[in-house]
Write a protein that binds this ligand. Sequence first.
Ligand SMILES: *Cc1c(COP(=O)(O)O)cnc(C)c1O
Length: 732
Amino acid sequence: MTQVDDPAQVKRFPPVAEISAETLYEKCLAMARNLWWTWHHDVVNLFRDLDPIRWRQLDHNPIALLAEFTPERLEMRAGELVLYSRINHAYRRLKEYMDPDRRTWGTTNAGVLGAKPVAYFSAEFGIHESVPIYSGGLGVLSGDHVKSASGLGIPLVAMGLFYDQGYFRQHLDIDGYQHEEYMNVRVEDLPMEPALGPDGNPITVEIDTRNGRLLAKVWLMRVGRVDLYLLDCDVEGNRPEDRQLTSRLYGGDTRTRIRQELVLGVGGVKALKALGITPGVYHLNEGHSAFAPLEAIRDSMETDGLSFDESLREVARHTTFTTHTPVPAGHDRFDAGLIEEHLGPLRDKLGISHEQLMALGRVEPQNEGESFCMTVLALKLSRRANAVSSLHGAISRRMWAHLWPWRVEEEIPIGHITNGVHLPSWMAYQMQQLYDRNFPAGWIYRMGEPEVWQEIHKVDPGELWETHYSLKNLLLSFVRRRISRQCRRRGESDDVVEAARNVLDPHVLTIGFARRFATYKRAALVFSDIDRIARLVNNPDRPMQFIFAGKAHPADEPGKEFIRKVANLRHDPRFAGRVVFVEDYDINVARHMVQGVDVWLNNPRRPLEASGTSGEKVVLNGGLNLSVLDGWWAEAYDGSNGFAIGKGRSHAQEHVTDERDGLSLLDVLEFQVIPLYYDRDVDGLPRQWIQRMMSSISSLAWRFSSHRMVMDYVKSAYVPAAGGLSCDMHVR
Ligand SMILES: *Cc1c(COP(=O)(O)O)cnc(C)c1O
């Protein structure tokens, strides 16, 4: 352990429970420095009300906003707006939330983790748009996991990397081609502080490789009750190229990749040790962090005097692994040279040969032609493993069956826990108010329970429809603002900018599609029969419109081509003003979209969407899913809570599957979705549609929440792993 070069670039901030903020300014700052605020509407609204224009310009970052205020000016502003009691109330709630004696679900159900918490490893965390250390679904899932662990009171610490340039910001040029821009994040504007060891000093970890030592300092970010530690290689003492190692998320080549994963896994375990934390469970969220158990084995050999094999068994009993990728090509693989360069010194300490180490990352241990796969390593070093939906569980068992050649497929020890989303983060304020008015008091603490959501059937259909309609209007004004800004930035004519201010119509059936533009997600599928979709879009009585958003990975040219194709539809008079592409998809764009659309479209090539979560965010806001029966939707759709594309089958030949699904999608739109939406009663209400919204909310909201997900992890993985039970995770 060594000192960091700049010990307290940021002033250390004690946990809120220990703070006694006196002034309004201190109270606001205390709230801004715990990401708890991000899922509490009244606190978000409080920050926004301080200066609505700057709030938007600063990417909803309260620390950056407060930096523009003096304590005196804040007092004045609070006086003008009568904010005193709101600030005091919110601050009191945060203090109560952070009270270590508060009883939670975890107090009763996760007691054994109290002394030895779960260490949750992930390469990205998507918590809020103002903290850009995520790229997409995996990160948002990790963020939601951490938020629910906090809400449920599960003893858990999270380990990740700090990317000071984050993921890229996306701009399209006049031809619709994607350009990437990397921004430097200002550390002072983030709710981070140097993490301190038990001796009160900031910590730096050292990781040896065959060609020199890597250093990483450790930051602490507070997400409610959960501490999130982020490793950062921008440290004096590192070579210049290594100082940039953790600058960008998923940037760079395989060598960058293995070095980042070394820092996350090996560095993460070293950081825990330096912090004085002894985890009872290691949770590897995806294979990126699979080096972590190797360092834990080394530590256990040294501390407990065990052999390599004994230590491996011991560590594996406490390790649980979640796989997210249903295609072999999606798993990180490294060649023997890279492995030896980066794991060589650790391997020496483990007392194993190069071949023995390589064997841990190979399906066929002796096959020298096989490279080192992080997923294989994770499966071999964990006693429990799970996929992220029921269908993905079956696919994963088949994909990895040859690791257990003596078992039949059904007995491959990979279970599943279906992904869920953090309801408070994704639920619109107006929907929460509607639930508050109609659901039993305290429902928000019981949102993982099915009974709570049955109440939706008692809500007045008109009230639900009007709430949805007002959210749709909010979405449309957001989209218009963004589209006209995009046009202005590209230097387009005043006429074009003006037209952009008037795109879309709130009375028209509105379909949203937003996600990474990976080709398997088939963003352009709905345009595969362009004349037919043009007729549907322009039907004078029952028109339709589309909002698209999403980034392609910088190296994914086919993905960028999809973006170009969709974005350029604005030049086709049949789609102008009816099909729009919102640039720079992030949590903010996602939140607006999932809260305001009528229908959420999801048409991946089955079974390549392991779970998918964006459709789950739509549910609680009253949107309906229109999706291929893949991932979570394969187990969620019951015939009356949304719409299904296809019959849950894929053809061996991709182009046949694509043609079939494209046809089914247009049929479902034309014969089910559109008629149901425009079938109005005398009051102008689409009764059947509203019925479907209610079925969707009551049958899905609780089930696909991250509270339910984390409760499943506690019961079937964390608690057994903490006790060192060696039974395999239940295969459902
Ligand atoms: C929810 C979310 C995702 C995941 O979307 P999928 O449709 O599940 O791929 C990706 N990016 C952002 C910003 C999200 O909020």
